[in-house]
Design a protein around this ligand. Structure first.
Ligand code: AMP
Length: 412
């Protein structure tokens, strides 16, 4: 026997119940984002590898370890997209969108790929909803996007979520800060854990998360990035916060918040579910005021977020609403044509109607109607009968129109 074929490691088949829940989340996103002026947009699922190397950052885990990269037949190096922002910025430049009225607000959803170790809530192919606003650094865009993501999480039934918020200032501020932090850690080298000492050069920020008591004591006196922002970055952050405060959205200012992508400037944020374990991030994002320029476009500020649909579903307890269903049964084989027309008319009226398509006996058909939870069954033979599937009462209708009216009555 040949080996059993299975979905590749870290991928999942989405079965109908989950697929419906996923579509519901996408519809909520479409409605929320559409109302705020975000237009749907799509970019390819693969791009030149260089886009992500330059856009996401050579030194990030994503670029170093997690990209699905392949060569096409002409020897071009391509990568399955690990995130959406770099591609949207590429498209913004490629289509001259800086000539449009600004800001340009876009949203998209679809599959993304990262070669990570699979675990609960972490996949190699996952689905993101992504929203971006390019061409303005107005703090109201930061606040608007954060509020939209909060609302999406809430309406998807994945709340409550903890919002962590910070500002990274400019890359220069950040670099100077990391130097100051390293100096602080070096000055207290004998009190911090070995782990922190060893990672001091690569990632001094790790020390903020340490469980080690000595390290924790050293970190209480450590410099904080938020205290070192340039005046206009600090003012920008204050404006974002004031808008969130006015909207009544709770958040924690967390100056240790770091995100796994290099391009962020100023605002960064992340929503974490209180219901999920290790992989608790539902979505996050921030401002990237230099990215478009780094990709060869004009200086263009931008801000955006991405949320993982699988994570939102894991955290969500919302069940999709059950749609009323109708079954069309055949009392005799030559009623097929009329039954087919009946099903089409029901569907045209917006009713979910399924017809017998597996050669069952009438008894088997009624069983099937029960199985799918049909509220009514229309039985087409020499006459047209409508059966109330709750009470079992069956009545003959005077023609197709009356049958339709009776079905409507039963669906309420
Ligand atoms: P990031 O761009 O890494 O902040 O990702 C944005 C969101 O996408 C995260 O908050 C998660 O909800 C989701 N996400 C990222 N990576 C994965 C993954 N490997 N599996 C499932 N969801 C993911």
């Amino acid at each position: 026997m040949s080996p059993k074929l299975q979905a590749p490691r870290g991928t999942l088949d989405v079965q109908p119940g989950d697929a419906r829940r996923r579509l519901r989340i996408v519809r909520i996103a479409e409605e929320l984002l559409g109302r705020a002026g975000y237009e749907p947009f799509e970019t390819p699922v693969f791009e030149d590898t260089e886009l992500f190397a330059r856009g996401v950052g050579e030194s990030t885990d994503i670029v170093q370890k997690e990209m699905f990269t392949f060569e096409d037949k002409a020897g071009r190096l391509l990568t399955l997209r690990p995130e959406a922002t770099a591609a949207i910025c590429r498209a913004y430049v490629e289509h001259g969108m800086h000539k449009l009225a600004q800001p340009v607000k876009l949203w998209t959803w679809g599959p993304f790929f990262r070669h990570e170790a699979p675990q609960a809530g972490r996949f190699r192919q996952f689905t993101q909803i992504d929203a971006e606003a390019l061409g303005s650094d107005d703090p109201s865009l930061d606040a608007e996007l954060i509020l939209l993501l909060a609302e999406l999480i809430e309406r998807a039934g994945a709340g409550p979520a903890r919002l962590r918020l910070s500002s990274l200032g400019t890359p220069e501020t950040r670099a100077a800060y990391l130097d100051a932090l390293r100096s602080h850690l070096r000055a207290h080298e004998n009190r911090v854990s070995r782990e922190v000492r060893e990672r001091l050069d690569q990632n001094p920020l790790r020390a903020f998360d340490a469980d080690h008591p000595g390290t924790q004591a050293v970190m209480t006196e450590a410099p904080r990035l938020l205290d070192r922002l340039e005046p206009d970055d600090a003012a920008h952050f204050a404006d974002v916060r004031a808008l969130l405060d006015a909207a009544g959205l709770a958040y924690e200012v967390d100056s240790t918040l770091v995100r796994g992508l290099d391009y962020y400037t100023r605002t960064v944020f992340e929503f974490e579910s209180e219901r999920l374990g290790a992989q608790a991030a539902l979505g996050g994002g921030g401002r990237y005021d230099r990215l478009v320029e780094e990709l060869g476009g004009p200086a263009t500020p931008g801000v955006g977020w991405a949320a993982g649909i699988e994570r939102i579903l894991l955290a969500s307890d919302a069940e999709p609403e059950d749609e009323a269903r109708v079954f069309v049964a055949l009392a005799k084989p030559d009623a097929k044509g009329r039954a087919f027309r009946m099903a089409r008319s029901l569907r045209a009226q917006g009713i979910r109607a399924e017809i017998e398509q597996a050669g069952r006996s009438l008894k088997g058909q009624l069983k099937q109607a029960d199985r799918i939870g049909a509220r009514a069954t229309v039985i087409v033979g020499d006459t047209i009968d409508v059966r109330d599937m709750d009470s079992g009462e069956q009545r003959e209708a005077d023609g197709a129109d009356e049958a339709m009216a009776r079905v409507r009555e039963l669906l309420g």
